[in-house]
Each structure stands twice: as C-alpha cells, then as structure tokens.
Design a protein around this ligand. Structure first.
Ligand code: XLS
Ligand code: NI
Ligand code: NI
Length: 443
C-alpha cells in the first residue's frame, strides 16, 4: 500500500476483556471456536460503503461534520477511487471480511446511462483489485433507487413508466456488477416503493408493478448466471409514508401473492423492525419460520425516536437475541452481519469509524458467546419443549397432522376435565436469561 489514509492505526487485534486499549477487540477473537466454527465464520461482518464512506453525518438541521481527509469533495473518478482505497484500508485494519454498496455510492452518476455505467465499470475494476489484494469479499450489492429526483414518486411503483425504465437500467447493471465482484447476495430496499397519500395513488396497481419489476429482476439474475440470493429488505416507512414491503410478514405475503416466494429471501434490519413496532427477534423468527432469512443489517434505533437512527449495535441483549436466532437456523449461508450503521454526528473524526465498528463487532462477539451458552445450558429449550408436550401425545399428533375434524375435536373436548394451564414463567425466564448473559463462564 503506498499512501496510508489511516497512518496512525495498525490492524486492530484481540486483546481480551481486561485490555485498556480502546483500539483493540475485547470480545472478538476471530479464530475462537464457538459451536465448532470460528467466530469469524459465524459472524461474517460487513461494513457498508454508504455510511462509512459517503455519509458526511449531516442532519436536517446542520451541515456535515465527518472529517474525510481522503475525499476532495469532487465527483471525479480519481476521488471515487481514493475513497475506495481508504475503505479497503479501513476494512483490513478493522478485520472486517465483507462489504456492501449501492451503485451510486461507489461511482458518480453520469450525464447519461452509458456514462453512469462507464463510471461504475471504472470503479468495479478498481475495487476488484482491492478485493483481490485484501481478501475482502462482497456480501451484497444494490442499486440506489431513492436519491435521484426522478424517483421521487417511486421507482418500480412510480406513476410514470419512465421511473420504472430508469430503475430497470440501474438494477440490470447493479446485478451484473455484483456478479462481477462475486457478491454473495443482491438486495432490494424499496425506500420509495410506497406512497404518501391515497388521494393521488393507485395502491393495487403500484403493488403489481413492484411485483412485475421483481420478476424481471429475478429472471435477469438467472439469465446472467447470478447464483447468489436475491433479498428484500422490509421497512415500514421513511422516506415513504407507507412502504409496501413494510415488515417480514407483509413482505412474505407479497412474495406469495405474486408468485415470488422462494425466489427472494429477506434482509432484516434491526432499526426497521423497531420502526415497524416489532422486536428484531420477532422479525428474524418470522423470516426463519418461512425459511427465508437471507442476511441481517446490524444496527439499532434509539428508543423514543421514531426514525431510522442507524446506531451501531452495542446492546448486548439485542446481539444475544440475534445470534440465538442465527445459531438456531444453523448459521448464515451467504448472508452476514452488515453494519448498516452510522456514527453520531458528533463522532466526527476518522478514528471514530474504528471505535464504532469495534463496538459493534465486540457486542456481536459477546452475543454469539452468550447465545452459545444459552444453547449449551439447555434450560430454555427444555422449558419450551415441555410447554408444548401435549402436542407430542397421540391426540396432539393426530390433530396437528390433520387426522381429526373440528367435530371430533369438539367431541374430545367434552371428555376433558377443565383445568387452569401451567404458568408461562416469564419473569423466571427473564432472570435466567440475565444469569446466563452475565455469566463469564467460558464455553
Ligand atoms: C435504509 C436501508 C438501506 C438499505 C440499502 O433505511 O437500510 O440502507 O440497507 O439500500
Ligand atoms: Ni439497511
Ligand atoms: Ni435502514
């Protein structure tokens, strides 16, 4: 590496829980074995290009604060390449194995589709070499179909065919570029695929157009030989007032309604789950129950703030619940933990990028170990198994497998002595969760 963009920072190393060095990992020891796999293989951390490299940390009331000495603020290809160099240096120094990007984060939009594609190609060649040099891999790519004014009414769901066609051009290219960079998945987040008022909106038609668009994209992915997963990222609102893919259940229903189930899986983001009024573990459980969890956007909201604050995930209960779900489904295949997270506006120095990602990685390493302890302990699994034990009796098995009619069930009810069900023991279980999370006992 010729020029260093973070010259004062060496590669972050695992130093252990007692270390006083904030530029070290306290929990994340990438080679540590948990349930037969390295932490690195379990967690599959990714950093995102949009927040890490392109977010100046402006808010609706104030100017950008992030110091980015590698960025001259121009829309030149040279500047875009220098940013990519800084990013890959950051990834390597922070021990992050994957990355994610939008087409427009990586390369500037040109005056025509052809020019935009040329710009993107220049950057794809550049990052392809960076991937090769560092061993960092692409978790997923996506197209930004929400920033440009042409998409203000929607992209696939815009009232004019123009936005649909422009979006098709972008997705075609972004899919091909993701394939060229050996991306493991491709994500669709429909920030503008929703509406603001029904006074100007044909909701039924817009949902059909969205489904048509996704069919075309899936067909194209197949034609060009993209073998990775296609993922939809639900979010209830922001920037749209109502987004069609509002949560995991709604998105799965949409997929089933339009013959897309099985072609798409879900990318679940914590802050989107909470904006939808759910917990992250609820959204993950819904996706996993439908065998449709593809990947995770790892961040968290701020309780009491009703928007996507995209904080770095540092809540140990949250990370424990997430890793419990991931271990429960047998681990990621193709997906990972993408830090779709930004520093607070006040955390404006380049070194804060390191502190922020270290905080998230250590929190997830802790969550992984705590989840493994919970599974090894076995008391939650036994409690749940016991709670449903009547379904393992002959009667339970016959009902569940469809061998009994409603009338037969009603008849059986008349033979029962009515009884008060056993306690759900929520508080006892919450205390048990605390006990296991807080125990530092090693595996
Ligand atoms: C916005 C979304 C977005 C997607 C990628 O809220 O999280 O960043 O992850 O388009
Ligand atoms: Ni996201
Ligand atoms: Ni988000």
């Amino acid at each position: 590496m010729t020029i260093q963009h973070f010259p004062d920072i060496h590669q972050i190393q695992f130093a252990g829980n007692g270390s006083a060095n904030p530029l070290s990992f306290h929990q994340y020891d990438r080679n540590e074995n948990v349930e037969g796999r390295s932490m690195r293989d379990h967690l599959r951390f990714a950093a995102c290009y949009w927040h890490t490299m392109r977010n100046g940390l402006a808010d609706p009331f104030g100017a950008p604060t992030a110091q980015m000495p590698w960025d001259d603020g121009s829309h030149s290809i040279d500047n875009a390449k220098r940013r990519a160099d800084a990013f890959f240096e950051f990834l390597e120094k922070c021990q992050i194995d994957f990355w994610c990007f939008h087409d427009r984060d990586l390369a500037p939009e040109g005056a025509s589709i052809a020019e935009s594609e040329q710009n993107l190609d220049a950057l794809v060649n550049h990052v392809s070499a960076l991937q090769q040099r560092t061993g960092v891999k692409l978790l997923w790519g996506t197209a930004n179909l929400f920033s440009h004014p042409r998409y203000m009414h929607g992209a696939a769901t815009g009232p004019s065919t123009n936005s649909f066609l422009f979006a098709a051009a972008q997705v075609r290219k972004a899919l091909e570029v993701t394939l060229a960079l050996k991306g493991e998945s491709y994500v669709f987040w429909g920030g503008r695929e929703g509406y603001t008022t029904l006074l100007n909106t044909d909701l039924a038609r817009e949902r059909e157009h969205l489904a048509r668009f996704l069919h075309l994209a899936a067909d194209h992915a197949q034609q060009v030989g993209f073998k990775g997963a296609l993922l939809i990222e639900p979010k209830p609102h922001e920037p749209s007032t109502h987004q069609y893919d509002s949560d995991a259940e709604a998105t799965l229903n949409f997929l089933r309604e339009f013959g897309l189930f099985g072609k798409f899986k879900l990318n679940i983001e914590t802050n989107h789950a909470t904006l939808a009024g759910h917990s992250m573990e609820h959204e993950l459980s819904v996706a996993i129950a439908a065998k449709s969890l593809g990947s995770i956007d790892a961040n968290m909201g701020t309780p009491g703030l009703g928007w996507d604050t995209d904080r770095f995930p540092t809540d140990l209960y949250l990370t424990t619940h997430i890793m419990l779900a991931v271990l429960g489904m047998g681990g990621f295949s193709g997906g990972g933990l993408n830090f779709d997270a930004k520093r607070r506006r006040e955390s404006c120095e380049p070194i804060d990028l390191f502190y922020a990602h270290i905080a998230g990685m250590d929190a997830f390493a802790f969550g992984l170990k705590a989840a493994a302890r919970i599974r090894c302990d076995g008391r939650f699994a036994r409690f749940i198994q016991e709670r449903y034990s009547s379904w393992s009796t002959p009667i339970g098995i016959e009902i569940a497998s469809g061998k009994r009619t409603l009338a037969q069930c009603a008849q059986m009810a008349t033979q029962l002595t009515d009884s008060i069900p056993a306690s759900g023991r929520q508080e006892m279980l919450e205390a048990l969760l605390n006990e296991i999370i807080l125990s530092q006992r090693s595996m």
